[in-house]
Design a protein around this ligand. Structure first.
Ligand code: ATP
Ligand code: MG
Length: 568
């Protein structure tokens, strides 16, 4: 491809609306253009990368035994009524009527369509399992479409659906999909973690999200480098380290003037925050005033609190006064009547606690649960943070942010039961098909790759998903040595099947370098007059910045070998 012909209108300035690196760079490199909120055109360079991602996905799906088909984007709303999702899905679902006033939806996902497809045809256990997928535009009228391709209203998804006769067979399909998804991430150059999103009754996972690690990610995660454990910090559950508070084991009242916060209390006693106990007051979903005690260096986790307390709210100052509580000096001993006490499980490790005395200006040391007060309940209540012990192996956890690029899910019989998709089992009984669903965000994956592979000059595509693998940059296209030399190498590479873009523009060297870097071609071959005269060109590796002179006779073979090795 000649650069002069390439439809890749680059932008000199950072677009004001782009907060994320991927959004900014895909716009600047002339790879995407916004049509309207959450709607983008993929320009030729981005489309080439999208197709490569799709091919990697296809390859992994096919290898795992799934079969590609293609379903319509428009879905009869009646199917969504049968599944019961038409209203449950909410406003994200785009609904409209055709000219005959029949209602349709634009598929945000295709469980209904595929279940309706197979319910007439998968009739016997002998036909199972089956796994079917397609790669297609999906539509979700997101409340806040943003971050470019990251959260669009129309986006590309690969969705696969498996149908099994038994739970064991579903588990096999699910495990194959998990392995395929891990491979897809690796082959796309993504560093990603499988994060358990949902657990089944017998303890194993029934849903996993693949999270590409990136500071721009919406999810905050904790993970263990040692054993591979990873979880959303909201869902992670571990015993956080706490230590005994100060004191000699007897209940002692200490004057703590001006110590209203954990930091002030810890400093006053000269102990770390984890030797203190934090008091939080809330009113639970049933209206019961509740004192919640958590380790001083951890926060009450909203999701866990909702599990424990229903639709709770933290008490405001007026409520604290109403219940006779002294802000900054609250604790479990001498608590006003009628207040429940719920403690975080981790506190079981400490035998003498440091808490407020329920008296302005005083704290108590040496509080012992059971002796000085009785907890009404214990629960897992805090947000896990970096440094907390891994629940599996005990090593310290790391924290990171993640972008959900894909998810696998054991659906069970939710859709097959609702929609009457049954099969005849070995024992002659009619049973609902047991389903799994598996989604990859193809366009979001593109954005996630850019988030992980960029620097101040632009994108650094991994070879496996690069729009072109090599950029040939002749510095003076009119030079009688430079142009033919560049042309020859380009032809040699093309003959090897390498994807080459040649910068044939009569631009300054600086402009050409900047564009090649911005668009992020993995290998750049620079043809300057002096080097060519000496029988060489300069190889620049985009990702590392490494530059070397390579002989014109050897460069094509050398680059081809490197590209083949990195194609994935
Ligand atoms: P999210 O929680 O980010 O809204 P989701 O869990 O609703 O996503 P799924 O239904 O699991 O999404 O869809 C499968 C995949 O499709 C997701 O893992 C994600 O990569 C992608 N995806 C979902 N919504 C969008 C969107 N609005 N724009 C781009 N990709 C999306
Ligand atoms: Mg999801």
């Amino acid at each position: 491809m000649m650069m002069s012909r390439l439809y890749a209108p680059t932008l000199k300035e950072d677009p004001a609306e782009a907060e994320l690196a991927s959004h900014r760079l895909l716009l600047r490199a002339g790879m995407i253009r916004k049509e309207a909120a959450g709607l983008y055109t993929y320009l030729p360079l981005a489309w080439r990368s999208i197709r490569k991602i799709e091919d990697i996905v296809r390859d992994e799906m096919d290898a795992a035994g799934a079969q590609e088909l293609m379903m319509p984007i428009m879905v009869d709303a009646d199917l969504w009524r049968q599944s019961g999702r038409i209203d449950a899905y909410g406003k994200e679902l785009i609904r409209f009527n055709d000219r005959h006033e029949r209602e349709f939806v634009l598929g945000p996902t295709h469980e209904e369509t595929i279940t309706a497809l197979v319910r007439n045809e998968l009739r016997s256990y002998k036909q199972l399992p089956v796994n079917l997928y397609h790669i297609q535009d999906k539509f979700r009228d997101e409340f806040r479409p943003r971050y470019g391709l990251m959260r669009g209203r129309e986006f590309i998804m690969k969705d696969a659906y498996s149908f099994s006769a038994t739970q064991e067979s579903l588990q096999e399909e699910y495990d194959k999909m998990k392995a395929a998804y891990a491979n897809i991430c690796v082959r796309c150059g993504l560093k990603a973690l499988p994060v358990v999103a949902d657990c089944g009754e017998i303890g194993g996972d029934t849903s996993v999200e693949y999270m590409a690690l990136a500071d721009a990610g919406e999810a905050s995660l904790v993970y263990c480098d040692d054993c591979g454990f990873a979880a959303d910090d909201e869902a992670a559950s571990t015993t956080v380290a706490v230590i005994d508070g100060p004191g000699d084991g007897s209940l002692t009242k200490v004057a703590t003037p001006d110590c209203g916060t954990i930091d002030e209390v810890a400093a006053f006693f000269g102990v770390p925050a984890k030797a203190t106990v934090k008091s939080l007051c809330l009113v639970d979903g049933e209206g019961t005033p509740t004192l919640v005690l958590v380790p001083g260096d951890h926060e009450l986790n909203d999701v866990k609190a909702e599990h424990a307390f229903g639709e709770y709210h933290l008490m405001d100052e007026d409520e604290l006064i109403k219940f006779g509580l002294r802000k900054g000096f609250i604790g479990p001993v001498n608590l006003p009547e009628g207040i429940r006490v719920v403690c975080d499980e981790s506190l079981k490790q400490a035998h003498q606690w440091l808490c407020g005395a329920n008296e302005e200006g005083f704290h108590l040391t040496g509080i012992e649960e059971g002796r000085d007060f009785a907890a009404d309940a214990w629960a897992d209540l805090v947000t896990v943070v970096a440094g907390d012990p891994c629940p599996h192996c005990g090593k310290p956890l790391s924290a990171a942010r993640g972008i959900e690029v894909s998810q696998v899910f054991q659906l069970g019989t939710k859709y097959s039961e609702a929609m009457g998709a049954t099969f005849m089992d070995e024992d002659g009984k009619e049973k609902p098909l047991i389903m799994g669903c598996y989604g990859v965000g193809v366009s979001r994956t593109l954005a996630a790759i850019v988030e992980q592979h960029n620097d101040e000059s632009g994108i650094c595509w991994p070879v496996s998903v690069a729009p072109y693998e090599v950029a040939i940059v002749p510095l003076d296209v009119n030079d009688e040595l430079v142009w033919p030399a560049a042309q020859k190498v380009a032809e040699q590479l093309a003959a090897e099947g390498i994807e080459v873009v040649v910068d044939d523009r009569k631009e300054r060297a600086g402009v050409k370098f900047a564009d090649a870097d911005l668009m992020g071609f993995p290998y750049q071959l620079v043809f300057g007059k002096r080097a060519v005269k000496g029988g060489n060109c300069e190889l620049k590796v985009r990702a590392t910045g490494e530059r070397t002179e390579v002989s014109l006779d050897e460069v094509a073979a050398q680059i081809a070998a490197r590209v083949f090795a990195e194609r994935a």
